[in-house]
Ligand binder design. Structure first.
Ligand SMILES: O=C(O)COP(=O)(O)O
Ligand SMILES: [Mg+2]
Length: 213
């Protein structure tokens, strides 16, 4: 089984995430961050993304009521147009089809809220390739916890030792290691601005084409 991360691995979603964050902060009367700031804040799910933006804007952590209003606004704005500016990274479509046709079971494990998974994968004609998907709010814990990975392995009845986690961030690699998966990192996504090599994945590939090779 090969499990893929979504944001920063299969899709370059930051342009739409940034618009969602900017509109949410404007709606709650706060200054809006730039797209490059948002890029470094992606990785721990929508609640943390909104919290990081508010903390930047306020200079301190937000109160719960403000966090909740901004989170609801983000979910509404991002949910209204999750595919407006988002693109698939090069070779993703071909690579996923090649792996699927070769008989690998493909899973998707993202920290993104579950409700956005199907609309985005459907938009890019990728949804039927995945036997299982899990979002950041699907289970009690999200990456870097190994829980979502172990949950998928158990659901598919596949041992972690023959499972692979492919991702762009330290949370993917940490979750993969803790779950006993082989970890493969891609360098082009979002890792809070740090090189993914620092997480010491089992393998670093420059693209999904190289992964197939
Ligand atoms: O939504 C996020 O913060 C990150 O999502 P990802 O796990 O697909 O990279
Ligand atoms: Mg990612």
């Amino acid at each position: 089984m090969i499990a893929f991360d979504l944001d920063g691995t299969l899709i370059d979603s930051v342009p739409d995430l940034a618009v969602g964050v900017q509109r949410a902060l404007q709606e709650v009367g706060r200054s809006a961050p730039s797209e490059s700031q948002v890029r470094d804040w992606v990785g721990n799910g929508a609640q943390v993304l909104v919290e990081r933006a508010l903390t930047w804007s306020l200079g301190n952590a937000p109160e719960a009521a403000l966090q909740q209003s901004a989170y609801e606004a983000f979910m509404r704005h991002y949910g209204a147009a999750p595919n407006a500016l988002t693109t698939l990274y090069p070779e993703v479509f071909e690579a996923l089809h090649a792996l699927h046709d070769a008989g690998y079971q493909l899973a998707l494990i993202t920290n993104k809220p579950e409700r956005f998974i199907a609309p985005i994968l459907s938009h890019f004609d990728l949804l039927p390739l995945f036997v299982a998907t899990v979002g950041g709010d699907s289970l009690a814990e999200k990456k870097p916890s190994p829980l979502p990975l172990l949950h998928i392995a158990e659901t598919l009845d596949i041992a972690p030792s023959v499972s692979v986690m492919v991702g762009d961030s330290r949370h993917d690699i940490a979750a993969g290691k803790a779950a006993g998966f082989t970890t493969i990192a891609l360098p082009y996504g979002y890792n809070h601005g740090d090189p993914i090599e620092q997480s010491q994945p089992d393998l670093l590939v420059s693209s999904l084409r190289e992964l197939i090779a």
